[in-house]
Design a binder for this molecule. Structure first.
Ligand code: NDP
Ligand code: 2IT
Length: 445
């Protein structure tokens, strides 16, 4: 890394100690936009990099709530309002015991560039809590969401900051959060949250959007090598919102998704994942992937295992950060994988990315490949603002257009920067320039 950039990065390390995920995300962006940063003296003079890595506002708060035994529980809540250059802060809420300030900051940082790539006029933010929804009753989840919103409501609004779902936050949680927000502010402000259920402000195709968008992006990547998804065997990790609808769309495209996983282990189903059964287990019963394996004739469940050792053509990591390391990628390559597209945020470690790129795999980072979710959230905001409800087909068509636009922006930017086919550099540089140019125009703030 150039010495000036190294100094800025060292300063960020000092200012954000013990935040490994955030440091990882910052380093990846700096490294991939290095030539741009060195060439653009206007960015240097305006301290764009120094400003873009410093959140505009960081909110941390206590969430006290009572469980079903009336025991008082205490969790920590977060909302990082990272960058509002392009529009209101926008990004999901994650409820998972692994949530820390570092995790929420890396997610908020990534969100800035992802949201810029969608072309939708949304800034970057992220929030969440170390609350663990697993094993909690609906009433406990409701009480937690109400307590969480008690504080969060002071900081959000349809024109200020618009949260949505992420790990552990789906339509059930968004419902409880929205109900409490409405009660607190005494008005119906539909655009304050996205991922709402259809019928009270939600958009058709938002549930499907991240997984469907990921597969549209994957199809475009394969298209650059005159290839397609039809007939391909596809590894998917995770078993939540993104994984389920990625699998559904792979099947619509004629591919065969052969795996799922969760924090208890991995399932290999050589006959192809039965997506309706998976939806029933995960969306309705909130069960584990081992229950899926028990109900399928040839499926195998391996406790504490990853899916990456299974022979396949394509890999779509859809669970969580750093779930794919360098050895996993080596194993994938040995087993025939030709493409990795990130459904999760930052699922590949830096070492994993290096191996994938050195082997000339098609590799796309999450901020491009999984942008369909937040893009469709922005379409939900548009519907809310205009009191409209578009058809599934209309939303899906816009989603496809946005994903293909992001795909071609990544490729054209990579080409201009002299690294043709490098989606990582293309996505980071295109997203960065869009925000940086607008920051220059908005002055030193
Ligand atoms: P869900 O909560 O619906 O599903 C998450 C899945 O990943 C579950 O199967 C979960 O298993 C597994 N998982 C989560 N954390 C861990 C962990 N620490 N170790 C092992 N497995 C884990 O979340 P989503 O599907 O919404 O999110 C998945 C990924 O996609 C995340 O990285 C998220 O940031 C990203 N994303 C989500 C978008 C959205 O619109 N929802 C948009 C763009 C990206 P278990 O239940 O056992 O914890
Ligand atoms: O990581 C993400 O882009 C999301 N979790 C979706 C955010 C959103 O506002 O829809």
């Amino acid at each position: 890394m150039d010495s000036r950039l190294e100094r800025i990065y060292e300063e960020a390390l000092k200012r954000n100690p013990t935040q490994p995920e955030f440091q990882q995300a910052v380093r990846e962006v700096i490294e991939s936009v290095e030539p741009l940063l060195l060439e653009r003296t206007d960015y240097q003079e305006a301290a764009i990099l120094e400003r873009i890595i410093e959140p505009e506002r960081q909110i941390m708060f206590r969430v006290a709530w009572q469980d079903d035994q009336n025991k008082v529980r205490v969790n920590r809540g977060y909302r990082i309002q990272f960058n509002s250059t392009l529009g209101p802060y926008k990004g999901g809420l994650r409820f998972h015991p692994s949530v820390t300030l570092s995790v929420i900051k890396f997610l908020g940082f990534e969100q800035i560039f992802k949201n810029a790539l969608t072309g939708q006029g949304i800034g970057g933010g992220k929030g969440g809590s170390d609350f663990d929804p697993h094993g909690k009753t609906d009433n406990e989840v409701m009480r937690f969401c109400q307590a969480f919103m008690m504080e969060l409501s002071k900081h959000i609004g349809a024109d200020i900051d618009v949260p949505a779902g992420d790990i552990g936050v789906g339509a059930r949680e968004i419902g409880y959060l929205f109900g409490q927000y409405k009660r607190l502010v005494h008005r119906n402000e539909a655009g304050v949250l996205t991922g709402k259920r259809v019928g009270w402000g939600g958009s058709l195709c938002r549930t499907e959007a991240t997984g469907y968008g990921l597969v549209t992006f994957t199809k475009a990547m394969l298209g650059t090598r005159d290839d397609s998804i039809a007939g391909k065997r596809v590894l998917v990790s995770g078993a939540g919102n993104v994984a389920i609808y990625a699998i559904e769309k792979v099947q619509k495209e004629g591919g065969i998704a052969v795996s799922i996983s969760d924090s208890s282990g991995a399932v290999y189903d050589p006959d192809g994942i039965d997506v309706e059964l998976l939806k029933d287990i995960k969306e309705v019963r909130r069960g584990r992937v081992s229950e899926y394996a028990e109900l399928r004739p040839n499926a195998q469940f391996r406790p504490d295992a990853k899916v990456w050792g299974i022979p396949a053509d394509l890999a779509l990591p859809c669970a969580t950060q750093n779930e794919v390391d360098a050895n996993d990628v080596r194993e994938m390559i040995a087993n025939g994988v030709k493409l990795i597209a990130e459904g999760a945020n930052m699922p590949l470690t830096p070492g994993a990315i290096e191996i994938a790129q050195a082997a000339n795999l098609l590799y796309a980072p999450g901020k491009a490949a999984n942008a369909g979710g937040v893009a469709t959230s922005a379409l939900e905001m548009q519907q809310n603002a205009s009191l409209q409800a578009w058809s599934f087909e209309a939303v899906e068509q816009k989603l496809d257009e946005i994903m293909l636009d992001i795909h071609s922006t990544c490729l054209s930017t990579a080409q201009e920067l002299g690294v043709p086919g490098n989606y990582l550099v293309g996505a980071n540089a295109a997203g960065f320039m869009k925000v940086a140019d607008a920051m220059l125009e908005q002055g030193i703030i």
